[in-house]
Design a binder for this molecule. Structure first.
Ligand code: KG4
Ligand code: ZN
Length: 332
């Protein structure tokens, strides 16, 4: 079954063609970084307009790269949320239009669930469920119990900033360009992670929840108190901040492992691109089988949407074109 996936939740317009949930025949991602860079973050109205301009060319390119025509597509899959409403509307309505025009089924896919599915794509030996899942992206930080595809139980989530958002905001404080995650990672490589005693937040009502806003404020205070903000200072601050985030993420995953007994962990979301995170998880939790998405599937893409869309269709059939709506928040 050939699935055309469409992704437009935030600042990437993407289309992919995936066969049977696994085989990526084409993957096209049009990033809007150039557009939002000068504002230091995503401007929703601009994002929406850019999605409208590029979505059809992006889909055409995905068909071209797969050497296919629209008539050969069996199913359309679209990210219907969570995300920014304007950008979501562009993807959802484009997908609806294509499904109607081609008389083919359409499924709505949850973007956050798709980030976890990305880790399973192309794996020869699939883990048996239940497994733990951790999403660390610009919009989400969550630990879930994945009972099977489509069935999740939320264990912990962020009460304020998402992990990627914290990276982006710290980068902004340091005057680094958007998106800040890769910039902070690059500076952290040569920094001293122990120079600043930073820590992630503890949430009293749920020890599995995350809070990064205090950490961000601590970074701001370190900036304000520093007499010289030279390169070494910036590198040490990035390294200390990154260490604090990674330690907090892993500590809570380890706790989740101990209460659930699950020792397989699916990772998803843009922050999994961080090499220090991958190293930290592999070295500090050798008893957890951590499965990362391939780097090209960690950031927003439509292959994970087409891939999970195939399974959603097998399980539940097509979405109703009238009921499927762009949805800014979707709880696990
Ligand atoms: O999953 P994603 O592409 O979009 C959302 O669904 O939010 O994640 C984007 C986020 C941004 O906040 C970006 O700064 C962060 O992932 N990110 C990183 C790295 N690469 C991307 N954070 C830390 N280190 C990285 N190497
Ligand atoms: Zn995402």
């Amino acid at each position: 079954m050939y699935v055309l996936g469409i992704e437009s939740t935030c600042d990437e317009t993407a289309a992919s063609i995936v066969a049977d949930g696994e085989k990526i025949l084409s993957q096209v991602v049009s990033s809007q970084i150039d557009l939002h860079n000068i504002y230091g973050g995503v401007v929703p109205e601009l994002a929406c307009r850019r999605h409208m301009e590029v979505i059809i060319p992006v889909i055409d390119k995905a068909l071209f790269e797969a050497n296919m025509t629209m008539d050969e597509i069996d199913l359309f899959a679209v990210s219907y949320g969570p995300g920014l409403v304007g950008p979501l509307l562009v993807g959802v309505n484009t997908a609806k239009g294509l499904a109607i025009a081609k008389s083919k089924p359409l499924v709505g896919v949850n973007h956050v669930e798709a980030h976890l599915y990305a880790a399973l794509m192309g794996l020869h030996k699939k883990p048996s469920f239940p497994v733990l899942g951790m999403v660390v992206s610009g919009g989400h930080t969550a630990i879930v119990l994945v009972k099977k595809l489509g069935s999740y139980e939320l264990i912990g989530t962020t009460v304020d900033d998402a992990a990627g958002e914290a990276f982006d905001k710290v980068a902004k404080l340091l005057g680094l360009p958007y998106p800040g995650g890769p910039q902070v990672e690059a500076l952290a490589v040569d920094g001293n992670p122990k120079r600043f005693p930073l820590k992630g937040g503890h949430c009293k009502n749920n020890p599995f929840n995350f809070s990064f806003s205090g950490l961000k404020t601590a970074v701001m205070h370190a900036m304000q108190n520093a007499p010289f903000k030279d390169d070494t200072f910036k590198k040490d601050l990035c390294a200390s901040f990154q260490r604090a985030v990674l330690e907090d993420l892993l500590e809570k995953v380890k706790k989740a492992q101990s209460i659930t007994g699950c020792s397989t962990l699916l990772m998803g979301g843009g922050v999994t691109n961080n090499r220090a995170l991958r190293k930290h998880f592999m070295e500090e939790a050798p008893d957890i089988l951590t499965i990362f998405p391939k780097p090209e599937l960690s950031l927003d893409n439509a292959s994970m949407i087409a891939g999970l869309g195939f399974h959603v269709f097998q399980e539940k059939g097509p979405s109703s074109l009238l009921d499927l709506q762009a949805t800014t928040r979707i709880p696990f």
